[in-house]
Design a protein around this ligand. Sequence first.
Ligand code: FES
Length: 58
Amino acid sequence: MPSVVIKSTENGPNVIMVDGKTLTALCRCGQSSKKPYCDGTHRKVGFQAAAAEVPVLS
Ligand code: FES
C-alpha cells in the first residue's frame, strides 16, 4: 500500500506526496489562476499560514 501524506507548507500550498515523492501542489491561498493547483501566486500576495503534515495512508 502506498504512503500518502498531505503536507501544508509554511506560507504555501498543500503538497500531496505519495511514497515520499511530490504528486502535486494544491492552492490554499485562494489566489491561484490555475486552481486547484498552486501557481506560485501565494508569494506575491504574502500568504501566511503554518506548516502541517497529515498522513492519509501509510
Ligand atoms: S498556495 Fe500557491 S498560489 Fe495559492
